[in-house]
Design a protein around this ligand. Structure first.
Ligand code: HDE
Length: 754
């Protein structure tokens, strides 16, 4: 009986001290090849990479948290079933003879397949695709006068977990689609968890939560064919937003460059709603939260985003993880705009309860209150990034909500949705969701209860548990709702009159854009409406655009081949807010990716020098060559990171040419007498180099060349004196100038409207 024989073999091989069997694992007989074979000796699971780790083990208060739980999984040398019983075979079902029927008594088979059948959980109904990272928040103490929140007091360090996301697409969709991005932060403070569940756009589509299912149904794929995926460019979305004009401000924001961020590291974040801060004396202040990225706010260009969707659908996720792994930790300052908490809840005429409004930073400056640094990648995507559960109602003493009707609906939704998504009410016990403050609730039982509660009296008042737990007071960090006066009113289903102006804020946004950004906006509307089939929807949207600005409307109408309508409302007389434009400043170049094209005949010493200088500057060099492998024989040899087959310019922020690279498999001819590619034309000859250069040029990227690299530029039709094209004597000299260009993100002159 083979089963018996194998079982005996295991028994023989397991020594008393539990050490490894000396003669291999049963079921894998014969000598093993030395290198690529499956290991035959048990060993501890691989240690986490230095930048990876799960939720912190012990809270600041000494409470054990998630990682203790995580350690229960994956320990010991041997494969076991879920009950910890060691297994000798996981490759064959238990059968009556090798060709016989499978036996129902095979518990391992049933357990393995049952678990697999349930590996997927429902994805988030919105924000399904995301990427997360751990970090710390260091407060400056500058908010201490307006809030008693402990984590905002001077010099307090608080662990955080952030999840960035797209809104519309499913979990498997691409990163660089045109969409709003989620920016949700969980602060594990010593007074409980505070979640700031924001977006990268400061306003929202709707003013009242009751409209959320409508806007989401409109933007999601058409219910009959389930197309298009992760796109707003279709009839139902434009049907809705052209009729529901309170969506106009959000829509113009994501038709602008913020809809296609260059990186999660280069996005602003906004709490969107107005919240209420409460200080130690009980004084209240209205507040809007802002995250300001240290690297500046930067975007892709549309053509680039489209290519990336195919070439690297994980572009943003990879960028975030790579940057953290490389030690280029992304940072954001948390800032607050504060407003007096008056009964009107308006500021300079702007209704603070209307989430389709911004308050321009020029009117209410954003004051920094702390710095967030993301410095650890999760160890397990599912356990952390997928299972993290944010909620706008996770508040701490010192931060409270307002009567923004959109916020009110969110306070309901985020708890409710987790019941379906995470399978029950005990999701706060998942390692990533566990508070790092002591938890002493009276919630009991339910699906997936993992706490073993002590005591017999989870009710109040009680005498059996000595009256525990006791309630806290203001002096012992209790969360006490601000006693805001509610004006006398009748029950109505109505919006305030001040919510009726849907065009003056979008007009301010349009007027605040530079010419290049305006051109992008016109292009985005034209693309999206060009994808709609219904003429009436295009025409109705043009009417909305006419009410924002005639130039915007005329640009889109021309692209659609339609007449531009006249505005139906007076154009608002609003001042631009320069802070809304992304163009015009210079920013650090940390983590920027430089593609260096070289072939065996190129200036390889120069490439070495440039690589070192790129690394020195905190940027990422990627050597691109005709084939994979190494370049040159020098020590150390240059490792090729991208061959012509895998390289696309969209991956690089700048492209450098280190002399004429060899041709790869030249597809276009230009051969010498012996059939080899003609010298001097070699780089030029490979169409992939030409494509890479013309694409980089079209996308406004800095391009540099030395040691003969100019020939490739010439062949690609790129003048060496064009803006942002640098030709110099040596690699380091080229890099110096390219670096200066990168500080402005792109060579904007190339987009100058004709
Ligand atoms: Fe959300 N939103 N939302 N939302 N939202 C969710 O919660 C909802 C809104 C935002 O990375 C869901 O756990 C309603 C505004 C982010 O896990 C759900 C309304 C803003 C994330 C939900 C809004 C956001 C979500 C889906 C209108 C910016 C991802 C899964 C009343 C300030 C968080 C989940 C993460 C996720 C409901 C409006 C941001 C269904 C009902 C405004 C960043 O509960």
């Amino acid at each position: 009986n083979p089963v018996k024989r194998a079982a005996k073999k295991i028994a023989d091989s397991l020594r008393d001290d539990g050490s490894a069997p000396s003669d291999g694992i049963p079921g894998r007989p014969g000598p093993q090849p030395p290198t690529v074979a499956e290991p035959t000796r048990p060993r501890e699971p691989l240690p986490a990479k230095p930048d990876q780790s799960g939720p912190a083990t012990v809270s600041p208060t000494g409470q054990p948290t998630g990682a203790d739980q995580a350690r229960v999984a994956q320990s010991g040398n041997y494969l076991t079933n879920a009950q910890g019983t060691r297994l000798y075979d996981t490759d064959h079902s238990l059968k009556a003879g090798p060709r016989g029927p499978v036996l129902l008594q095979d518990h391992h088979l049933r357990e393995k397949v049952m678990h697999f059948d349930h590996e997927r959980i429902p994805e988030r109904v919105v924000h399904a695709r995301g990427a997360g990272a751990h970090g710390v928040f260091q407060s400056y103490g500058t908010a201490a006068a307006v809030t008693k929140a402990g984590f905002l007091a001077a010099d307090v360090e608080t662990p955080v977990f952030v999840r960035f996301s797209t809104v519309v697409g499913s979990r498997g969709s691409a990163d660089t689609v045109r969409d709003t991005r989620g920016f949700a932060t969980k602060f594990y403070t010593s007074e409980g968890v505070f979640d700031l569940v924001g977006n990268n756009i400061p306003v929202f589509f709707i003013q009242d939560a009751i409209k959320f299912p409508d806007v989401v149904h409109a933007v999601k794929p058409h219910p009959d064919r389930e197309i298009p995926q992760a796109q707003s460019a279709h009839d139902t979305f434009w049907d809705f937003v052209s009729l529901h004009t309170e969506a106009t401000h959000h829509t113009i924001f994501f038709m602008g460059d913020r809809g296609i961020p260059r990186s999660y590291r280069m996005m602003e974040g906004f709490g969107v709603h107005t919240f209420r801060l409460v200080n130690a004396e009980g004084g209240t202040t209205l507040v809007k939260f802002h995250w300001k990225p240290k690297l500046g706010v930067h975007s892709l260009v549309w053509d680039e985003a489209l290519t990336i969707n195919g070439v690297d659908p994980d572009f943003h996720r990879r960028d975030l993880a790579d940057a953290i792994e490389a030690g280029a930790y992304p940072q954001w300052e948390l800032g607050i705009q504060t407003f007096p908490d008056t009964p009107e809840q308006t500021f300079e005429g702007i209704d603070l309860l209307d989430p389709t409004n911004i308050v321009p930073e020029e009117l209410a400056p954003v004051r920094p209150v702390g710095l967030m640094t993301l410095n650890r990648n999760p160890s397990n995507f599912f356990a952390e990034t997928e299972q993290v559960a944010f909620h706008v109602g996770h508040l701490v003493p010192g931060i409270d909500v307002t009567d923004d009707p959109l916020l009110a609906g969110r306070l309901f939704s985020y708890l409710d949705t987790q019941i379906t998504r995470l399978g029950g009410p005990n999701f706060p016990q998942l390692p990533i969701n566990r508070p790092q403050a002591p938890v002493n609730d009276m919630l009991r039982d339910g699906m997936h209860q993992t706490a073993v509660h002590r005591g017999v009296a989870p009710y109040r008042p009680n005498s059996l548990d000595g009256g525990c737990p006791f309630t806290a007071g203001a002096d012992t960090s209790a969360f006490i709702e601000a006693p805001v006066r509610i004006p006398e009113a009748s029950k109505v289903r109505e919006a305030p009159e001040s919510f009726a102006d849907h065009f003056s804020q979008p007009r301010r946004f349009w007027l605040s854009m530079s010419p290049v950004e305006r051109e992008h906006i016109v292009g985005a509307y034209t693309f999206e409406l060009g994808k709609c089939y219904e003429q009436a929807i295009r025409e109705r949207t043009l009417q909305v655009l006419a009410n924002i600005d005639p130039e915007l409307c005329a640009g889109v109408a021309a692209g659609l081949g339609l007449p531009a309508p006249e505005p139906t409302v007076p154009l608002a007389d609003v001042a631009p807010s320069p802070a809304l434009s992304q163009i015009g400043g210079t920013w650090p170049v940390d983590g920027r990716v430089i593609g260096i094209l070289a072939g065996p005949d190129g200036d390889l010493d120069g490439v070495h020098a440039v690589r070192d200088a790129v690394l020195e500057a905190g940027m990422v060099p990627l050597v691109v060559a005709p084939t994979a492998g190494t370049l040159g024989s020098g020590e150390p040899a240059l490792t090729v990171q991208r061959s012509y087959v895998t390289a696309r310019s969209v991956e690089y922020d700048a492209v450098l040419l280190a002399g004429p690279p060899a041709p790869g498999d030249d597809a276009t001819g230009a051969r010498d007498g012996k059939g080899a590619p003609a010298a001097g034309r070699r780089t030029a000859a490979d169409p992939r180099v030409g494509q890479l250069l013309t694409e980089a040029f079209r996308h406004g990227k800095a391009i540099g060349a030395w040691a003969g690299g100019e020939a490739a530029l010439e062949a690609a039709g790129i003048p060496s004196d064009a803006p942002g094209v640098v030709v110099a004597d040596s690699g380091p000299a080229v890099l110096d100038q390219v670096r200066a260009l990168l500080a402005s993100h792109r060579v904007w002159e190339r987009f100058a409207p004709a």
